[in-house]
Write a protein that binds this ligand. Structure first.
Ligand SMILES: [Zn+2]
Length: 449
C-alpha cells in the first residue's frame, strides 16, 4: 500500500521538484546575469535588492522606484553624484538625470560645464586655451533610456549602470576611472513608461506568460510608446513641442556631452543593434563623426563578442532625419547613437523560433553597451574633444556650404515669426534683430525685419 501510494505520488514529487529547479534556475539566471563578471563591489553602495527588494531584471521598475533607487545611490555617495530634475512631464512626473563623476570633477562641476560650453564656441578661444581645456576636461557621456515608454528594459539597465560606475572594482571599471562625467537619464518618457507598467501590473498573473497574446504583453491603445499627448518624443527634437524634449535640449546645451546614446527596444524576434547606422547618412555628418561611430560600435562589438551576445550593425536604423535623439546631438558636434534590444515586452517573451527573451536579457545587454560606451569615450577622450571643437569651428566658419544667415521678415502673422525665432533660440542658433534697411539675395527687405 505504502509503496503503491509512493508510486502514485512519485511523479508529482518529481514534477514539483523539476518545476522548483526550473524556477530557481530562471531566477538565478536573472539575478546573476545582470552583473559584470569578475568584479568586486564596494559594499557601501546600496544594491537594487537592498533598496527596492528585487534584483535587476527580476521586475519592471516604475518611475517612482527608479527615482527612489537613484536617491539612495546619491545619499550614499554625495561627493560623486548629483540627482537633477530637468523637466516635468504633462502628468507632473519629474524627469531627472543622475550625474556620476570623481569627487574632483563634481567639486568643479560648473567649471566643467563652462569649459564644454567654451569649446562649443571655439572662435572665442586661442589655440592654447583650447589645448588647456582639452587636457583637463572629462569625457562627458549622456546615457538616455526609455524614450519610448514601453521599451522597458533600458530603465533598469540605467540603474544597473549607475550602480556599477559607483561600486564595481575591476576591469573595465578601473580603466574607466575618474576622467569621465556620466549622466544617466533613467526614463525620457515617464508618463509612457507608467502607462505600460500600470497595464502590465494589472494583467500579470502568478508567473510570466511568454505568449504573444498574453494580456500582460499586449497593450491596449494607446500603449506606452508615446507621452501623455501621444507624441513620439523621438521625433520631437526638431519641432520641440513637448516639455520632456524641450528640457533635454536645454540641458544638452549646458554640458555639450561628447556622446549621447538613445536606448530603445525593438521587436522580440530581433537581437541587438548598435551603430554604425544604416545608410543613408544625413549629408551633414562629417567624416570624423562617422569614424567615432565606428569606434563606439567596435568597442560594443568587442564586449558583445566577449559575452556571446548576438547583434547587428549598419542596417534598419539610419541617421538621416535630424529630429531623432541620435541625430540631433550630431548636429551639435557630438556623437549620437541609437541602441536597440529585442523586447521581452514583459518579463519574458517567446520568439517565433521558440527561443525565450527575458527582461533580464534586455537589461544585461543595454548595461554592457552602456559601460562599453563610457569606456570608448574615455579611451578616446582627447581625440573626440578635438573632433567636437573642429566641428563647431568649421560650422561657425561656414566651411560646410550653404547660407550662413537667413533673414525673416516680420510681416504677415508676426506670432509665427516669433514662434520660429523662439524655436531657433532653443536649438542654440543665434538670432539678431535689425531695424535698419537690409538687402538679402539682391532683394530690398522691409524695415523691421
Ligand atoms: Zn524606440
Amino acid at each position: 500500500m505504502r509503496s503503491c501510494a509512493l508510486h502514485q505520488f512519485f511523479p508529482y514529487v518529481l514534477l514539483t521538484t523539476l518545476l522548483i529547479i526550473c524556477a530557481s534556475a530562471f531566477a538565478d539566471t536573472a539575478v546573476e546575469s545582470v552583473r559584470w563578471p569578475d568584479v568586486t563591489y564596494d559594499s557601501s553602495v546600496p544594491t537594487m535588492e537592498s533598496v527596492l527588494g528585487y534584483a535587476p531584471g527580476d521586475q519592471i521598475t516604475s518611475i517612482e522606484q527608479a527615482h527612489a533607487y537613484l536617491r539612495a545611490l546619491s545619499e550614499s555617495q554625495p561627493a560623486r553624484t548629483r540627482l537633477i530634475e530637468y523637466a516635468r512631464s504633462w502628468e507632473g512626473r519629474p524627469l531627472v538625470y543622475f550625474l556620476i563623476g570623481s569627487e574632483q570633477t563634481m567639486s568643479r562641476l560648473e567649471e566643467v560645464k563652462a569649459g564644454m560650453r567654451a569649446l562649443a564656441d571655439p572662435a572665442e578661444l586661442s589655440g592654447s586655451e583650447i589645448d588647456a581645456l582639452v587636457a583637463e576636461l572629462p569625457a562627458v557621456v549622456w546615457l538616455a533610456y526609455g524614450v519610448h515608454g514601453n521599451e522597458i528594459s533600458s530603465t533598469d539597465a540605467g540603474l544597473q549602470t549607475a550602480y556599477h560606475l559607483l561600486a564595481a572594482q575591476g576591469e573595465p571599471f578601473n580603466t574607466i576611472g575618474d576622467n569621465t562625467l556620466v549622466a544617466i537619464d533613467p526614463s525620457q518618457n515617464p508618463d509612457g513608461r507608467m502607462r505600460f507598467v500600470n497595464h502590465f501590473r494589472e494583467t500579470y498573473g502568478i508567473e510570466p506568460s511568454v505568449s504573444a497574446i498574453a494580456a500582460e504583453r499586449r497593450e491596449p491603445w494607446p500603449a506606452g510608446r508615446t507621452n501623455h499627448y501621444l507624441f513620439d518624443l523621438n521625433r520631437d527634437w526638431l519641432p520641440l513641442t513637448q516639455p520632456e524634449v524641450i528640457g533635454r535640449v536645454k540641458t544638452f546645451q549646458e554640458y555639450f556631452p561628447l556622446v549621447h546614446v538613445d536606448i530603445h527596444e525593438m521587436g522580440t524576434d530581433s537581437s541587438y543593434f548598435f551603430p554604425p547606422p544604416a545608410q543613408p547618412f544625413n549629408p551633414h555628418y562629417v567624416d570624423a563623426q562617422q569614424e567615432m561611430l565606428d569606434a563606439y560600435g567596435r568597442n560594443n562589438a568587442k564586449w558583445f563578442d566577449h559575452f556571446g551576445f548576438e547583434y547587428f550593425t549598419q542596417a534598419v536604423y539610419d541617421a538621416y532625419y535630424p529630429g531623432y535623439g541620435d541625430s540631433w546631438p550630431a548636429f551639435q558636434g557630438s556623437v549620437g547613437m541609437t541602441f536597440e534590444m529585442a523586447s521581452a515586452r514583459g518579463l519574458a517573451g517567446e520568439r517565433r523560433n521558440g527561443e525565450i527573451v527575458t527582461y533580464a536579457d534586455g537589461v544585461q545587454r543595454h548595461f554592457v553597451a552602456s559601460i562599453a560606451t563610457v569606456e570608448t569615450a574615455l579611451v578616446n577622450r582627447e581625440t573626440f574633444l578635438r573632433n567636437f571643437v573642429e566641428y563647431r569651428r568649421s560650422a561657425d566658419a561656414g566651411e560646410h556650404g550653404g547660407p550662413r544667415e537667413y533673414v525673416i521678415p516680420l510681416t504677415g502673422d508676426r506670432s509665427v515669426v516669433h514662434k520660429l525665432a523662439a524655436n531657433l533660440v532653443r536649438h542654440g542658433i543665434e538670432i539678431r534683430r535689425t531695424t535698419e534697411k537690409a538687402r538679402a539675395c539682391d532683394v530690398e527687405l522691409p524695415v523691421g525685419s
